[in-house]
Design a protein around this ligand. Structure first.
Ligand code: UD1
Length: 351
């Protein structure tokens, strides 16, 4: 079982493929002719996304998609998937991702995120599949000493259990490669994924009150919430609000497809930042989203949120040079697509 540079000969297991980043990546892979097997327990996603994927890619490509509702920590279920399909590579998205909740429920976060990764790689090993792309995060850089962040920037202690799970899973996968040089591991460190599929058929659909800025802003725009709460305007940034490197989810999805092609025939462990290289402040986001939705969105300044860093943005030279990948969408595009999704699906997939 090997990944080849021919997408139509490749079968990829996508854990968490019904989630925000997973679903967009599945669309890109299917459109390239890759066979996709999703394993998702739907604990934080909707099965309805599968119809949307079919609508976007069309009937022929959709035939190459199989969905299993299962927990990645369920070894028997995973074995059945590996027995039924010749999996060439795995893209591992499945995991809990709410930072605040992780502080309240550390055992659940460590057990789910790290436990499911261990179960997954053990099942992979048992079935001779040793290629994996892991959804890591810029959170592993912590509070940076220098910007922009390159892959050589040091990992810093995480500020919450969610961050530690990303940090530790990177180490676990790195240890696998040391122990068995046949493994082929790519760690993709995402900056802040936002936006939605340009069709308006897929987007981010958080359950409950959104923790992240963009879904919150989008819900203010659609009238589900009163005002954006801006967490701190006394940071050492041009307008005092936090600066992040927001990246369109379709660019991120393309980054996974590029990494998959790049991995073909390789072994080892490689890290790539996926961002745009541009920093944008909270107030700039509010302004850009206001322009996208056609009205000035109300906001209130609140105290800083614990654990937030002042600014981070990526140096994406490595991904450009090695993967041949570069982000194409700008902030206006991201807000336009996010608004298109939110305004046509005000209550997400269940609406
Ligand atoms: C957060 C996580 C990060 C995770 C990422 C997933 C923290 C400390 N970090 O990144 O580990 O990988 O989500 O997408 O939580 N903001 C507001 N009002 C809001 C929400 C956010 O002003 O209602 C501000 C924040 O202070 C920050 C910026 O918006 O300056 C972005 O916040 P957010 O979208 O939550 O992402 P991060 O905190 O960067």
């Amino acid at each position: 079982m090997r990944i080849t540079t021919q997408p139509s000969n490749t079968c990829v297991l996508v854990t968490g493929g019904c989630g925000f980043i997973g679903s967009h990546t599945v669309v890109v892979l299917l459109q390239q002719g890759v066979e996709v097997v999703i394993v998702d327990d739907l604990s934080n996603s909707s099965e309805k996304v599968l119809d949307r994927i079919d609508q976007i890619v069309g009937a022929d490509a959709a035939e190459k998609l199989t969905f299993y509702q299962a927990d990645v920590n369920d070894r028997e279920a995973l074995d059945a998937v590996f027995d039924a399909h010749t999996i060439d590579a795995v893209i591992h998205f499945a995991g809990f991702k709410a930072v605040g909740e992780s502080v309240q429920k550390p055992i659940e976060y460590y057990s789910n995120n790290i436990g499911n990764t261990l179960t997954l790689v053990d099942a992979m090993r048992a079935h001779g599949c040793k290629s994996i792309i892991f959804s890591s995060s810029a959170t592993v850089y912590g509070d940076p000493d220098e910007l922009p962040l390159t892959e050589a920037s040091p990992k810093k202690p995480a500020t919450n259990p969610y961050g530690w799970t990303k940090w530790m899973i990177e180490e676990i996968l790195g240890s696998l490669v040391v122990a068995d040089p046949e493994w082929n591991v790519v760690l993709l460190r995402y900056f802040n994924p936002i936006g939605a599929h340009p069709s308006g058929l897929m987007g981010e659909d958080p359950k409950g009150i959104p923790n992240n800025l963009l879904p919150y802003v989008a819900q203010v725009a659609v009238g589900r919430r009163d005002a954006v709460h801006v967490f701190g305007n006394d940071y050492d940034t041009p307008d005092g609000t936090g600066v992040r490197d927001y990246i369109h989810v379709m660019d991120l999805a393309e980054g996974h497809a590029a990494a998959l092609t790049w991995m073909a025939g390789r072994t080892g462990c490689e890290v790539f930042n996926l961002g745009t290289g541009q920093g944008t402040s909270v107030l700039e986001i509010v302004k850009a989203f206001s322009a996208a939705c056609g009205r000035d969105l109300p906001y209130v300044i609140e105290p800083r949120r614990a654990g937030d860093v002042t600014a981070n943005y990526a140096d994406c030279t490595k991904a450009r040079e090695q993967l041949g990948w570069e982000a194409r969408y700008n902030i206006a595009d991201m807000c336009r697509d996010s608004w298109n999704w939110q305004s046509t699906n005000p209550n997400g997939y269940e609406g």
